[in-house]
Design a protein around this ligand. Structure first.
Ligand code: PLP
Length: 373
């Protein structure tokens, strides 16, 4: 089945006892079991499995074309579970340019715990190859990457990882399975912040790890999910599953509007640079065209005048809201260097824009008045 149909139906069925078409919310922490503690209906205790979580996991695996999924309370918890499934002494190759929290987890938590980590420019395949060692177990990629929206050639990096006996893990949050299919390009695991486009309405925090095939490594991640307990609540799962029903149609609108906004900004006199994979001027535009069916709803803009000019735009916008995160119905913008603090790699003149589902002309007019002339 196609993704629009999977987004509506995967993991959901009409309730056999009531006939309810929309899924019920199962807040029960415990489920009746047999005298010998076997669980005939598959559920025993809500930390290890819950009907709303199982429905979401079945849906996530189906959307991605994977074998299994494990849902977490946030993408950070999902990311940590992948690294916890490694052993001290293992080596990880991670992107220089990625979600700030991923690098922070590796540097502050997992390096002291015993993982060896090298950060490389993932757009430079030679640099990735040079970083691989006999101890490399994970090559982490994020594409397009936050906040410069640089594009990694998934097939090239996944092939290098496989050759070195490592897994390629792809954070697919910005593109989603609607626009990019990492498993088709050889990735082994896909990670999501369901907080973003999958939830889609800025009202639920969540994450997931999806496996291309069931194997002992994914079994470790599954065990960490149950024993570590960083699991989403039943209502969180219900909300993400609800958001996913419209995901393919929302992504189309996000892409169309983002391209219009990016094109407008690229010709604005107060703009120094626009970072959007859909623009012909983007350094990895050709790679993006090869591996994506749309360029997403995220872009960044560098305004003339540096930090102060960027702050001025933030103060003047009326339709955009100055806030972090992305992937919701409302457009947001933020100054990443301020959010990320001292260790930031974001230019001071850079504002990150999450393009929502408002009318494109209202967004363009808002940015035009905020930028001034
Ligand atoms: C937001 C984000 C995360 C972290 O998500 P949380 O749910 O807040 O932990 C990880 N990766 C990417 C690409 C993100 O955008």
């Amino acid at each position: 089945m196609r993704i629009e149909t999977l987004a509506v139906h995967a993991g959901l069925r009409v309730d056999p006892t009531t006939g309810a078409v929309a899924p019920a919310l199962h807040t029960a922490t415990t489920f009746e079991h047999e005298p010998d503690s076997t669980a005939p209906r598959g559920f025993l205790y809500s930390r290890t499995a819950n009907p709303n979580r199982s429905a979401l996991e079945e849906c996530l695996a189906a959307l991605e074309g994977g074998a299994e999924a494990a849902a977490f309370a946030s993408a950070s918890a999902a990311t940590a579970a992948v690294f916890q499934a490694l052993s001290p002494g293992d080596h990880v190759v991670a992107p220089l340019d990625a979600y700030f929290g991923t690098g922070k987890l590796l540097r502050d938590t997992f390096a002291p715990w015993g993982l060896a980590v090298d950060f490389v420019d993932m757009t430079d395949v030679g640099a990735v190859e040079a970083a691989l060692t006999t101890r490399t177990r994970v090559v982490w990629i994020e594409t397009p990457s936050n906040p410069l929206w640089r594009v990694t050639d998934i097939a090239a990096v996944a092939a290098l990882a496989r050759g070195a006996g490592a897994r390629c893990v792809c954070d697919n949050t910005a593109a989603t399975s609607v626009l990019q299919r990492p498993f088709a390009h050889g990735a082994d695991l896909v990670v999501y912040a369901t907080t973003k486009y999958l939830g889609g309405h800025g009202d639920v925090t969540g994450g997931a790890v999806i496996a291309r095939r069931s194997d002992p490594f994914f079994e470790r991640i599954r065990a960490i999910q149950g024993s570590g307990g960083a699991v989403p609540s039943p209502f969180d799962c219900w909300l993400v599953r609800r958001g996913i029903r419209t995901l393919p149609w929302r992504m189309r609108a996000h892409c169309d509007t983002a391209l219009r906004v990016a094109t407008f900004l690229a010709s604005h006199p107060r703009v120094e640079a626009v970072h959007y994979p859909g623009l012909g001027t983007h350094p990895q535009h050709e790679v993006a065209r090869r591996q994506m069916t749309g360029f997403g709803g995220m872009l960044s803009v560098q305004v003339r005048g540096g930090r102060d000019a960027a702050f001025e735009v933030e103060r003047k916008v009326r339709v955009f809201t100055c806030a972090t995160s992305f992937g919701g119905t409302e457009s947001l913008l933020e100054h990443r260097a301020s959010v990320e603090g001292a260790a930031t790699r974001s230019p001071e003149s850079l504002l990150r824009l999450s393009i929502g589902l408002e009318h494109p002309d209202d967004l363009i007019e808002d940015l035009d008045q905020a930028l001034g002339r």
